[in-house]
Design a protein around this ligand. Structure first.
Ligand SMILES: *Cc1c(COP(=O)(O)O)cnc(C)c1O
Length: 484
């Protein structure tokens, strides 16, 4: 029922740009692997099944769907990509960046697939802990860690990357109180430049992250910091993110390796024993192809920085988006189909609350839109230029503008693939729109699709409670002192 034919038609109608390289050619053909076709087929089946099983419908007009098979494949792909390039026996921890998909069942699935967690707040640490990620597979990276957070991390033995000299001074005080069990590193910013999205470029000259290595005196300060602290055994940089080309990411890793070598030469022993190269592999939002791949990045690292992988250093990575984005799909019912100024507009339930970056910055964060009919089947028909709008009360709340798709009609569904990271898991409470349910899907073993609740839809009583419902009288009964 969901053969290649339907899928092909869908791709075509979507105006997909398969084969196009969105992020620069790294000398390899676009990787339209079996996973991509498999993923599209699984997604079509899941949308259909979600409608048939009532997860999606008039009373549940918005859901986030997560492809469990795809998540497992992505995790396995990451591990094998690095296994193929590191010397045998090299310790490697792939710490999933929790901020990309802060959902406990996702973290547990990734843990089962052999990954750890990179956390940047007490909330993210609590999620990783709830998922069963042990301290030795957890890395704490926030730029604003409080003394209490640092103390807890050291007590638990969680790896900590200090962001700046003041944080290092706090760690000095804690280290003075007893032996440091946690691996501790310093985050540096190699200042190698920006990618195409300013807000996500972590390695600019003035980035807020880490110790800016090229600032006057900074390198010498770092060398001395390590000389004075034998417990400082790691180095960390996270130079990539969406919009940053692979070549720049590789340069960031090369700078990190060179600094580690310099520190170890200065102190005369292998004090720095682990390099944390961060995450940041970009995702191709323009088509079904997974590009670049973890394997491409790993091979480039081996060519450009062989010493990083020759077994003298343990390795930590912190990928988020590249693991989860392609595994998630937002599906929204078309509540109304109208026309304005000659342009058809599909008013759906997915807008700024679940696609915040796309709505506020559509140029930097375009999403593909797939059209499904009221039964959840890929929609056929001639492409019509139309807007796909969200439910929020401002004019710019558009999921896609002027997109050529089969005409969306009332009761149809509009889906936004590649939204498994930083989209529906990152609800924005505009208009008090409730958080949609998030469901994982997998084959049910009998030719159908099974769903599991990852996050239940937010209820109205929950929304009221989170909006101060228990304090309804708080302001009307507040009196200035002395005027009681
Ligand atoms: C956000 C972040 C990551 C993950 O970035 P992705 O682009 O999602 O791979 C990793 N490390 C740090 C320190 C981060 O801030």
């Amino acid at each position: 029922m969901y053969g290649g034919h339907e899928h092909d038609g869908h791709e075509h109608r979507d105006g997909g740009t398969d084969g196009e390289r969105a992020y620069g050619d790294e000398g390899e053909p676009a990787h339209g692997d079996a996973g991509a076709g498999g993923r599209a087929t699984r997604r079509d089946q899941a949308v259909r099944a979600a409608v048939e099983q009532g997860l999606l419908g008039p009373d549940a007009p918005l859901v986030g769907l997560l492809d469990v098979t795809g998540i497992r494949q992505a995790a396995a792909g990451l591990r094998s990509a690095f296994e193929a390039v590191v010397a045998p026996g090299t310790p490697v921890l792939h710490a999933f960046a929790v901020k990309a998909a802060p959902l406990v069942p996702v973290l547990r699935l990734l843990r089962e697939a052999g990954l750890g967690a990179e956390v940047a707040s007490p909330g993210e640490l609590a999620l990783a802990t709830a998922a069963g990620v042990p301290p030795e597979a957890t890395v704490l990276d926030s730029p604003a860690k409080t003394p209490a957070e640092l103390r807890e991390a050291l007590a638990l033995g969680i790896a900590v990357n200090a962001d700046n000299p003041q944080e290092l001074a706090r760690l000095d005080a804690l280290a003075g109180a007893g032996p440091v069990r946690s691996p501790v590193g310093l985050r540096v910013n190699p200042q190698i430049g920006a990618g195409s999205i300013e807000a996500l470029s972590t390695a600019t000259a003035t980035s807020k992250f880490g110790v800016a290595l090229r600032d006057e005196g900074a390198r010498e300060w770092v060398l001395r910091a390590y000389e004075e602290r034998p417990w400082l055994t790691r180095l960390h940089a996270h130079t990539g993110s969406q919009g940053v080309p692979l070549s720049l990411m590789v340069r960031g890793a090369a700078e990190l390796y060179a600094l580690a070598e310099e520190i170890n030469a200065r102190v005369g022993r292998r004090q720095v024993d682990t390099l944390d190269i961060g995450g940041g592999l970009p995702v191709n939002f323009a088509s079904e192809a997974t590009t670049p791949t973890f394997a491409q990045y790993a091979r480039l690292l081996r060519e450009a920085v062989p010493g990083l992988l020759d077994g003298r250093y343990g390795l930590v990575t912190e990928f988020g988006r590249a693991l989860l984005a392609e595994q998630g799909t937002l599906v929204a019912r078309v509540e109304y189909a109208k026309s304005a100024g000659g342009r058809p507009v599909a008013v759906t339930h997915a807008g700024v609350q679940v696609a915040t970056r796309t709505v506020y910055d559509p140029g930097a964060w375009p999403l593909r839109i797939l059209a499904y009919d009221a039964k959840g089947r890929p929609k056929e028909g001639p492409a019509v230029v139309q807007d796909v709008a969200g439910p929020a009360c401002f004019a710019g709340d558009l999921l896609a503008e002027g997109r050529a798709l089969p005409l969306l009609e009332q009761g149809d569904y509009a889906a936004a693939p590649d939204t498994g990271a930083y989209y529906f898991a990152h609800h924005y409470g505009y208009n008090s729109l409730t958080r949609p349910g998030v469901y994982g899907f997998a084959p049910d073993g009998a030719g159908g699709v099974a769903f599991a609740t990852v996050r239940a839809p937010q209820t109205l009583p929950e929304l009221v409670a989170e909006s101060g419902g228990a304090h309804a009288d708080a302001l009307t009964t507040l009196r200035a002192p002395g005027r009681r």
